[in-house]
Write a protein that binds this ligand. Structure first.
Ligand code: MD6
Ligand code: FE
Length: 214
């Protein structure tokens, strides 16, 4: 009975056509992932970037892999060098890559080869407005998103900005795999709640998004 229940809890949840929520998929590696985020942040520190419109983002970002996503007054782009350090971004750890590939395969995307992992850090009140992820070259590749730490509400809309988003609670260890028909859907993150917290991170949420950017 207990086993049946566990299997039930781990069934992929369909968020929309092509978008899957894998509850707890990253739980087994949670401590390792958090340690590796710390190591990456020692070399390429978290920073709050400025959008082309001059707005400072509330989520702090870093990244790893062959490039990471950068915004400044000139625009958005994937940059092979960290503009803060002038050096290449830290390499993507094998644990990261394998987790992303396993999650993609579990959602039916067999040959996902992530080359970039963007790392977001949210503290109380930090959010991310509705946006599309469209700076990548190949939209047939999915995006894999891993949530660690404090829980938050993910907003998942449609292909038009005006489409009303559905709300999804993303908790520590949850993975979202997102591709196919919903690859260009608008999405965002509601402000991290005052009481949101996790024993391993306190009132902080991390999100890893794996992309095949090139
Ligand atoms: C976040 N995530 O969860 C922000 N984008 O912190 C994203 O913007 C995102 O989770 C594309 C696909 C999955 C995501
Ligand atoms: Fe996004």
């Amino acid at each position: 009975m207990q086993d049946l229940f566990a299997d039930e809890a781990r069934k992929p949840v369909v968020m929309a056509t092509g978008a899957w929520l894998l509850k707890g998929f990253a739980l087994m590696q949670d401590r390792q992932l958090l340690t590796q985020i710390e190591d990456i942040a020692k070399r390429s520190p978290f920073r709050q970037q400025v959008t082309p419109g001059g707005h400072t983002m509330s989520a702090a970002m870093t990244g790893c892999g062959v490039a990471s996503w950068v915004t400044d007054r000139r625009g958005y782009r994937y940059d092979r060098l960290d503009p803060e350090t002038g050096a290449p971004w830290p390499e993507m750890p094998d644990t990261f890559r394998h987790l992303a590939q396993d999650a993609a395969a579990a959602a039916g995307f067999k040959s996902f080869a992530p080359d970039v992992c963007l790392i977001n850090r949210y503290t109380t009140g930090a959010r991310m407005g509705l946006h599309q992820d469209k700076d990548e070259v190949d939209f047939t590749a999915p995006i894999v998103s891993v949530s660690l730490g404090a829980e938050m509400t993910f907003l998942f809309g449609g292909p038009q900005r005006r489409d009303k988003p559905t709300r999804w609670l993303l908790e520590h260890g949850d993975v979202v795999v997102w591709g196919g028909q919903s690859r260009l859907n608008f999405h965002g993150v509601a402000p991290l709640g005052k009481r949101a917290s996790h024993p391993l991170t306190g009132p902080v949420r991390y999100n890893l998004t794996f992309r095949q950017a090139f």
